[in-house]
Design a protein. Sequence first.
Length: 135
Amino acid sequence: MFVFRLFWYDEQNLIFHLVAESRFHDHCVLCVKHIIHKEAAATEGERCRSFIFSSATDGKIAFWDATDLLLSASRELVPTATCASEHDAHPEHGRAWNPQPRMLKSVRDLGDPLLTVAGHQSGINAVDAYHVGGA
């Protein structure tokens, strides 16, 4: 069983946080991509959804909706107000930083994919997505 992991990069503090993992693929994962889909919501204006898709050596492509998972992680990791003053500069890159960054309480399970597609009889080395028509 192979583990697929999703990380969040904290640009301010230069730290990777392990957000979620999945043990869905039972073959080597060859490619992982993500897209952010903007959809018009009638009452809320524009809403964004985050999708992740992966391909493996068994020829399957798996699609996950990671929106709720990422929103939950962002609530834990991103402070509502600036937690560092301008004089607190990082010793290497000079930007403001928090010497005690927030950490996630736990690693989430990415769960089962929304959809799997048998795309080929063997490994799929590359997948991509692009916008087609519409607004």
